[in-house]
Design a protein around this ligand. Sequence first.
Ligand SMILES: Cc1cc2nc3c(=O)[nH]c(=O)nc-3n(C[C@H](O)[C@H](O)[C@H](O)COP(=O)(O)O)c2cc1C
Length: 209
Amino acid sequence: MDVYEVIGKRRDVRAEFTGAPIADEVLHRVLGAAHAAPSVGMSQPWDFVLVRDPDTRTQFHQHVHGERAEYAATLTGERAATFERIKIDGILESTLSVVVTYDPHRGSPSVLGRHAIADAGLYSVCLAIQNLWLAATAEGLGVGWVSFYREEYLQSLLGIPKTVRPVAWLCLGPVDRLQEVPDLERHGWRSRMPLDQVVHHERYSAHTG
Ligand SMILES: Cc1cc2nc3c(=O)[nH]c(=O)nc-3n(C[C@H](O)[C@H](O)[C@H](O)COP(=O)(O)O)c2cc1C
């Protein structure tokens, strides 16, 4: 697959995980792709915690479903009914989970390029996640990003120090298929906007179409 094909095929996966094993060398390539991401000041502020233990995953799944209920309680009418039909994770069905963290102290003090924008460290971690996501897609695997959790809960579940932020819980594994249309679009939650709507010329407010 060329890079545009991989970008087009990538999906956030919840329902299509098979639970089949991933060969060690495939996992190594996917994590290597994540670790090859650009990072502010070459700080490489990411770590990857591989979670296979069913007990840990069950505990996290329960926490996520508590958070899902909390969010659902803020919705009414059509939004509430639509959200009810949307699956938000494949924590138990996927082969394993990869928790990606951000250590703001890595390479500090004086991280080159971060003096004015503290978030540049976090941006770097997100690029590692996107590399992982695209590499997994190229390997025929699915990835599902779960963000229905409290950071303190995940820190305590996995023994992550208070100074290190969990950025993503990623479900990873073989899938029976990748949907062509994002789940949220298929369920009528929200659709991808036309490109023209988000491209501006010269100034932020000058729309072309
Ligand atoms: C930061 C971030 C957090 C996300 N959290 C969740 C989540 O908790 N549960 C979920 O089902 N999808 C989650 N997603 C996936 C998005 O819903 C998905 O990317 C979007 O609907 C577009 O679909 P696609 O990735 O299949 O193109 C998250 C994506 C991002 C980038």
